[in-house]
Write a protein that binds this ligand. Structure first.
Ligand code: HEC
Ligand code: HEC
Length: 348
């Protein structure tokens, strides 16, 4: 009897004590997380680039329409597919006339949030990205703006939509306005997840395993680079702080990163720190898609950026934390719109 009583008393003490300890740890972790990350905004509009209903509706059609490329079958959606969370699932993209792209397609989801666009930051913002890609050989193949706009105007449904999206513009169908419309659409593509609920104070929005992963992600130093609302996307860093990245990724060829953009050796192997929003949904990984799985990408990062060899349990916990950054697809992105009818463009 006595033994039982002591055991029961001991158990009561344990039960009373454990959650109390866990709660202070949980609160401490939440405080740390709130200092490092922010919830996603409602959209990514800025005073310079407003997001209006008309622009978003037009931009959505333009995004999903493959008929503007020279062969009429490659558009934004080809390489940024809803079913693949805004990527194409390939290590490196393949464009118009099967032309190979040197890099991997990152997701368009939450992309406008990042401080610059593209792996090497060679685009200022979402709109700049579109302006250029509408005439590039791999993404478009159109020889010039006149040919591009002639193609757009061959679908009579578009002109009235441009007019209502840009009512003050005497020539609403323009490459610049295509970019403003597609950019406006992209600026609505935010994917808040359980991690945002957590950051707003709901500790139970993440499981114990996910919180252990978050704690590891902070403790080993991933947060030195991956922070802010995008969990990355806020700065350039060298890929290969502790050792050459290609030794860990087997990359071939070796991309010199931002140095090829700036012609400055100080930028050798510098890349924008990737945003990790939805990262569990967007394999393969890195600027050249050289690493197939997320656990492997986490190990590469720990080794190459921090000089740390992670235990399998820690890799697993970090991967489950990263999976909590997956949010539902925005409904306007999940389903394709009905495109304005028009002549079938050439396929050669
Ligand atoms: C042939 C495939 C292909 C097509 C077509 C294409 N993209 Fe991309 N996209 C890519 C690749 C590859 C990258 C990475 C380029 C780089 O970093 O050098 C990219 C990068 C981006 C990014 C930057 C994301 C980030 O995290 O920086 C955005 C935004 C984007 N594309 C939007 C679009 C839009 C809008 C269109 C249509 C106008 C389009 N793309 C057409 C393959 C494509
Ligand atoms: C010194 C800065 C730095 C640190 C520390 C760092 N990263 Fe990264 N991370 C980057 C850069 C830069 C990239 C983009 C690499 C490229 O261009 O291929 C990246 C890319 C990634 C990617 C691939 C994203 C994608 O979509 O392909 C993952 C996953 C990742 N990091 C996770 C982590 C984890 C987990 C840690 C901690 C173990 C970590 N990172 C530590 C800078 C860093």
């Amino acid at each position: 009897m006595i033994t039982i009583r002591i055991t029961l008393a001991g158990m009561v003490m344990l039960l009373a004590g454990l959650p109390a300890i866990a709660q202070t740890d949980d609160k401490e972790l939440l405080n740390q997380a709130q200092a490092l990350f922010q919830p996603l905004p409602k959209d990514m509009a800025t005073p310079q680039v407003p997001v209006t209903t008309e622009r978003v509706a037009l931009g959505r059609l333009l995004f999903f329409d493959p008929r503007f490329s020279i062969d009429g079958n490659v558009g934004c959606v080809t390489c940024h597919q809803p079913a693949l969370y805004g990527t194409d699932g390939r290590p490196r993209s393949i464009g118009v006339k099967s032309r190979p792209h040197p890099r991997h397609a990152p997701s368009v989801l939450n992309a406008a949030l990042q401080f610059v666009i593209h792996w090497r930051g060679d685009r200022v913002d979402a709109e700049d990205q579109v302006v250029q890609s509408l005439l590039l050989p791999i993404t478009s193949g159109q020889p010039d703006e006149t040919a591009l706009l002639a193609r757009v105007n061959s679908f009579p449904g578009y002109a009235p939509l441009f007019k209502s999206a840009f009512p003050a513009d005497p020539e609403p169908v323009s490459r610049r306005n295509m970019a403003l419309a597609i950019g406006a659409f992209e600026r609505t593509l935010v994917t808040p997840s359980r991690f945002d609920d957590y950051l707003k104070g709901n500790v139970d929005a993440l499981s114990a395993g996910e919180r252990a992963g978050l704690a590891k992600f902070i403790e080993v130093g991933c947060v030195a680079c991956h922070s802010g609302p995008g969990v990355g996307g806020g700065m350039y860093q060298k890929f290969g702080v502790m050792e050459d990245y290609w030794k860990a990724t087997q990359s071939d060829p070796i991309d010199k990163g931002r140095a090829d953009v700036t012609n400055d050796d100080a930028d050798l192997y510098m890349f924008r720190v990737a945003s990790l929003r939805n990262v569990a949904m967007t394999p393969p990984y890195f600027h050249d898609g050289s690493v197939a799985t997320l656990p492997e990408a986490v190990k590469v990062m720990a080794r190459v950026q921090l000089g740390v060899r992670l235990e399998d349990k820690d890799v697993g916990d970090i991967v489950s934390f990263l999976a909590s950054l997956t949010g539902p697809l925005p409904p306007d992105f999940a389903t394709a719109p009905v495109l304005p009818p028009g002549p079938v463009p050439p396929t050669k």
